[in-house]
Write a protein that binds this ligand. Structure first.
Ligand code: PMP
Length: 426
């Protein structure tokens, strides 16, 4: 199809994330992707390929068109691409579940495989609410979270996204009413830890769970905080009989420098969500893990089943690729690679501090953020990055990058140059 025809059809018929939005730049057409590069169907701003500074929204940690992941997909395709999961099981899903139990923190034992991060958060909330009903505490049906968070676009996750200025403000009157405390500060402050303890204690009778993104609040503002707050939450939840849910959908699989962000605090949740990089960005899959205590509690209830069963639950193709992606990650010295990228991002982004309008520069693991003191002109900032040969997706007052772990030093430097150019243009 010719590029202009494709774009005309796209404009006429295709919804994109958070679209349609008048005035937004036309999407670029990607013809193929390999390693860390997206090849464009037609050059844009003089570039026919772009370094992906976004890892396709945190997911493509090994880069694109990876021979190991391709082989896992091909091999599974020849056996079966899908089969229903009710009453049937298969090796790819079982192996994946066992592997996730092995590598995730603490006593997480049971794995619910689903098809997107948002659904995995729905399932996490359902598990927690149903657990308390099942063990005879039906009043405990609310969730507590901190402001500035983001947990997905379906109903229950929307209710724990940032309630002010967030993407789901439109629905604030009809979503379940949850409880919010201020977003955690970057450094550990005892006064904030105390605020967390008090919030859990005060609401314990109605609280099913506390749900947070550990260490990095992603799409709600790209904020980093001290891992110690996770320990504070764990202690408060234990003391007051509240479940603790970690949403590691963005942070999981090495992004922050530890395999899971919560590992930096040595803290395990009762329920945990993973997604995005689970399949190395190849296929749509997520998982919700819980402890035996949560699963057993649900089984003791009047309705002893967790009433959730997506059609594509445990999809064999996605499960096979997920197993291959995890094995690939763990077979390498990935910590050194993430540290190397962290060093490159620090070196390349620090100079942005002196640019006019830059409020903050922060780097953690393979994540780099430049925050401005004003909302960005998204089209101008994106175009500035593309001119530098880099794909970025600036958002609100943020220009940020989370490159694939296989991004070489020269490409990390180019990504940083593009972030600086976007900051200057936006
Ligand atoms: N939780 C977090 C922390 C996320 O970053 C996202 C995705 N941006 C989600 C949940 C939702 O995942 P999905 O887009 O796969 O539904």
């Amino acid at each position: 199809m010719r590029n202009d025809e494709l774009l005309a059809l796209d404009r006429a018929h295709v919804w994109h994330p958070y679209g349609p939005m008048p005035g937004r730049a036309e999407p670029l057409v990607v013809a193929s992707a390999s390693g860390v590069r997206l090849r464009l169907a037609e050059p844009a701003h003089g570039q026919d390929e772009l370094i992906d500074g976004m890892s396709s929204w945190w997911s493509a940690i090994h880069g694109y068109n990876h021979p190991v992941l391709n082989e896992a997909a091909r091999g599974q395709l020849d056996r079966m691409s899908h089969v229903m999961f009710g009453g049937l099981t298969h090796e790819p899903a079982v192996r994946l579940a066992a592997r996730l139990v092995e590598i995730t923190p603490g006593p997480l034992q049971h794995v619910f495989l689903s098809d997107s991060g948002s659904v995995s958060v729905e399932v996490a909330a359902k598990m927690c609410l149903q657990y308390w009903r099942s063990v005879g505490r039906p009043a405990k049906q609310r969730l507590l979270t901190w402001r500035g968070g983001y947990h997905g676009d379906t109903w229950q996750p929307m209710s724990v996204c940032d309630p002010e200025g967030g993407m789901h403000e439109l629905w604030s009157g009809v979503l379940p009413r949850q409880l919010f405390v201020d977003a955690p500060p970057a450094a550990y402050e005892e006064s904030y830890a105390q605020l967390l303890r008090e919030a859990v204690a005060r609401h314990a009778d109605e609280l099913a769970a506390v749900i947070v993104e550990p260490v990095v609040q992603g799409a709600g503002g790209m904020r980093f905080h001290a891992p110690e707050y996770l320990r504070v939450l764990r202690e408060a939840c234990d003391e007051h009989g509240v479940l603790l849910v970690f949403d590691e959908i963005a942070t999981g699989f090495g992004r922050t420098g530890t395999l899971f962000a919560a590992d930096a605090a040595g803290v395990a949740p009762d329920v945990m969500c993973v997604g995005k990089a689970l399949t190395g960005g190849y296929l749509s899959m997520a998982a919700t893990l819980c402890t035996s205590e949560v699963a057993d509690g649900i089984s003791r209830g009047e309705v002893p089943v967790l009433a959730h069963g997506p059609t594509f639950m445990g999809n064999p193709l996605a499960s096979s690729v997920a197993c291959a992606s995890i094995d690939l990650l763990l077979s390498q010295d990935w910590q050194t690679e993430v540290k190397r990228i962290e060093g490159g991002l620090r070196e390349g982004l620090e100079p942005a501090r002196t640019l006019p309008g830059v409020r903050d520069v922060r780097v953690l693991g393979a994540i780099g953020v430049v925050q401005l003191d004003h909302d960005i002109d998204m089209a101008a900032a994106t175009a500035a990055a593309v001119r530098e040969g880099v794909w970025l997706r600036p958002f609100r007052d943020l220009i940020y990058t989370m490159p694939p772990f296989v991004t070489g030093d020269a490409d990390v430097a180019r990504i940083c140059a593009a972030v600086r150019a976007a900051a200057a243009a936006g």
